[in-house]
Design a protein around this ligand. Structure first.
Ligand code: SF4
Ligand code: SF4
Length: 120
């Protein structure tokens, strides 16, 4: 998902969180709303106020825009990804692995990242 610079290298060889959680967000992030940026055709309606990435509401929880095999899968719409993808970071500001990252990696049989991010 979306990353700060020091987190990019860990995520480039992963992609697990894009196939673990339902990726839902306020509907107006989709580009059928003024100022929206996520291609609406790649999303589906959840509630009157929420949309989600297609695929992420399926049993596999795999976003349709994830390209390649985990670990090493990449986002096909990186510049247009919705806010939850931008906000899910592998590390806290203190350099600890986040719970969401650890859960996603465990779901795919991957060990948690080491505390303290690797330098890019
Ligand atoms: S599970 Fe963690 S390391 Fe993997 S892509 Fe998501 S945030 Fe990055
Ligand atoms: S839009 Fe991209 S970053 Fe977000 S879940 Fe899908 S593949 Fe991952």
């Amino acid at each position: 998902m979306g990353k700060k610079m020091e987190n990019v290298s860990a995520c480039l060889s992963c992609g697990a969180c894009c196939s673990t959680f339902r990726v839902s967000f306020y509907w107006a992030e989709a580009d059928d709303a003024p100022g929206g940026w996520v291609p609406v055709d790649l999303t589906e309606k959840l509630t009157p106020h929420l949309r989600c990435m297609r695929g992420s509401n399926s049993k596999s929880r795999r976003c349709d825009q994830l390209q390649g095999a985990i670990p090493g899968a990449l986002c096909g719409i990186y510049a247009q990804r919705p806010s939850p993808c931008r906000e899910l970071e592998p590390y806290t500001a203190e350099g600890r692995v986040t719970a969401q990252c650890a859960k996603a990696r465990a779901t795919h049989g991957l060990p948690p990242l080491p505390d303290v991010p690797a330098m890019p």
